[in-house]
Design a protein around this ligand. Sequence first.
Ligand SMILES: Cc1cc2nc3c(=O)[nH]c(=O)nc-3n(C[C@H](O)[C@H](O)[C@H](O)COP(=O)(O)OP(=O)(O)OC[C@H]3O[C@@H](n4cnc5c(N)ncnc54)[C@H](O)[C@@H]3O)c2cc1C
Length: 321
Amino acid sequence: MTAALYTGRAMLRTAVLERGFPGGELLNTEYLDDVIGFPKILGYELAEKFAAHAKQFGAEFFETTGVTSVTKMDDGYFHTETDKAEIFRSPAVIVTAGGTPIKLGVPGELEYAGKGVSYCAICDAAFFKQQIVAVVGGGDAACEEADFLTRYATKVYLIHRRHEFRASTILQKHIFDNPKIEVIWDTIVERVDGDPQEGMKGLRLHNLVTNERKFLAANGLFIFIGFRPNTGVIAGHFDHDVMGYVLTDAAMMSSIPGLFIAGDLRAQLTRQVTTASGDATTAAIAADKYISRFKEMEREGSNEAVREALEASHISGGGYT
Ligand SMILES: Cc1cc2nc3c(=O)[nH]c(=O)nc-3n(C[C@H](O)[C@H](O)[C@H](O)COP(=O)(O)OP(=O)(O)OC[C@H]3O[C@@H](n4cnc5c(N)ncnc54)[C@H](O)[C@@H]3O)c2cc1C
């Protein structure tokens, strides 16, 4: 929506193709308290404000339109196809399809999402001040976030289905040195328990080695068992990191010239509302400049020239600041 705001302000005809209600992960977030200017705001309220603001600058929202593919054609234009068989033709596309946290798939997980169950410690840790929380996972993210959660929680249980972590040695050391963290090995979560009005109350655990089952009282559950970038719509080869996130240059352009990426889909250190918004600002301004040059060259002559020149500008990184 930030990208649409900026391309709208640049007087570019902007189509926002969204398969659900606009808002993405904001709609799965109860309160946010870390978006500058909004000390405490409901996720859906912020989403509505973003959408209204983007529309104010002329962005056209095509809600409930799932994108099936974004393909660069031989003439340099993109064809963005939807599940309603519509094709949107444009010289540039900004993809902000985000990612999907991998779910545990146990009863109660979805029921208590936002009412105790979370997939983002940086976002939600502050809501668990002086409370007891559990973390599931055994990789870098789980260990890093368990350590971070001890800044707020009185006690953090780190539940792992195996008897050793995959996390780096230094992160494991932080876990073992932290007196607030207790590791529960060889154990899986079987269900999340609670009260629909009051929120989560605890977890049913199953020790895979001893076969023991027990209830663990906890106010929160943070799940870090992986995150899948939603890159499925991008047709053709694009550069990505080992986790599948799309690599871009400083102008947010992918290895496919004219295809810009912003937010959680992009390979980067942090995935927050403000960083997604920042990426989108850059992507939109860069896309505007890209389209101006594309049109200029198209007016001047051959499509081949358009492609070559724009591809060269991508490689040199020039022309976008
Ligand atoms: C539980 C949770 C709590 C969080 N809390 C905070 C917080 O407190 N503060 C904070 O700063 N950040 C928070 N975050 C992170 C923040 O929500 C994300 O960083 C941010 O939403 C990323 O925005 P995005 O636009 O890149 O992706 P998303 O928000 O994931 O949006 C992607 C959008 O693309 C759409 N889409 C995907 N594929 C298609 C398709 N094929 N066709 C059409 N549409 C498609 C989706 O429907 C979705 O609307 C939280 C994340 C989670 C999961």
